[in-house]
Design a protein around this ligand. Structure first.
Ligand code: NCD
Length: 304
């Protein structure tokens, strides 16, 4: 049985295969309409979500499967003091595969150790979010035609932003990728990631200003300041408006640039940017459903 806890659980050839399958699912949706009939996906969300949970559910329903689950910890027996282990042992009796989101880093690994069905990490605290990364990789490949030889700007809360951590892990495996990390000093990428980049001799720089680096980027990956992970509200208030992408700033960037964001956005991208053809964050949303269809399909195949 296979789980997806960390994006590096997948070989690059497996990621390519998932992206190929997701492309095919977009092109020929009708062929997959019954492919998961009789199967059940459990969505256990101990933390808020709109896109991740609903895209998983939409993915399973689109393939003729069914879904069950909960959208917040307080509507489950967690509120009565049940352990994660007992919740997982229980839910794995009711479904064939589980997507889970939890505020504690490492919770999906703990779940995988006591689950009878595949566990998919749909976000664990400020740590990882591998299925958002599959969505991001699919979007980059469809937009740019490749996953190598790219300069990727990551902007905002690089410390707590789990989508950023998984994206760096994934993109650092492709040749000739450079990272430009744009954040205030307090929200820099965790050291374990910069150490990994140094050890692999991958080019990166850390800057505070967005404007000066915009012209050199292929991708600008904006992120929300992760209010829920701050220890004090005053720090959040001080840092929350550090970066706001506007049409005026985007004039500094190349026409080949793509602006990405895992969403939800607060105010870090002006809604006036939405009509710019370089803005692809709602394309990411669309892709998220299909790449999760592909992932569910592959993980369940292994169980057969
Ligand atoms: C992200 C998350 O939950 O980490 N959202 C998502 O899944 N698309 C990003 C965020 O909450 O800022």
């Amino acid at each position: 049985m296979r789980h997806l806890i960390d994006i590096t659980d997948l070989e690059l050839t497996e990621i390519d295969g998932l992206l190929d399958l997701a492309d095919d699912m977009i092109a020929h949706r009708e062929r997959y309409a019954d492919s998961q009939r009789g199967r059940i996906l459990g969505t256990l969300f101990f933390e808020p979500s709109t896109r991740t949970r609903l895209s998983f559910e939409s993915a399973m329903l689109t393939m003729g499967g069914n879904v069950l689950g909960f959208a917040s910890a307080d509507s489950s027996s967690t509120a009565k003091g049940e352990s994660l282990q007992d919740t997982i042992r229980t839910v794995s009796c009711y479904c064939d595969i589980i997507a889970m989101r939890h505020p504690k880093e490492g919770a999906p690994v703990a779940a995988s150790l006591c689950s009878d069905v595949p566990i998919i990490n749909a976000g664990d605290g400020g740590h990882n979010h591998p299925t958002q990364t599959l969505t991001d990789l699919m979007t980059i490949r469809r937009e740019m035609g490749r996953l190598d030889s790219l300069t990727i700007g990551l902007c905002g809360d690089l410390k707590f932003g789990r989508t950023v951590h998984s994206l760096i892990s994934a993109m650092s495996r492709y040749p000739n990728v450079r990272f430009v990390m744009i954040s205030p000093p307090e929200l820099r990428v965790p050291e374990y990631l910069t150490e990994m980049l140094r050890a692999k001799n991958i080019e990166f720089c850390e800057v505070e200003q967005m404007e000066s680096v915009l012209p050199e980027l292929d991708i600008l990956y904006m992120t929300r300041v992760q209010r829920e992970r701050f220890f004090n509200e005053a720090d959040y208030v001080r840092l929350k408006d550090t970066y706001v992408l506007t049409p005026e700033k985007l004039r500094l960037a190349d026409s080949r640039l793509r602006v990405m964001h895992p969403l939800p956005r607060v105010n870090e991208i002006s809604s006036k940017v939405d009509s710019d053809p370089r803005a692809v964050y709602f394309t990411q949303v669309r892709n998220g459903r299909y790449v999760r269809m592909a992932l569910i399909t592959r993980l369940l195949e292994v169980c057969e």
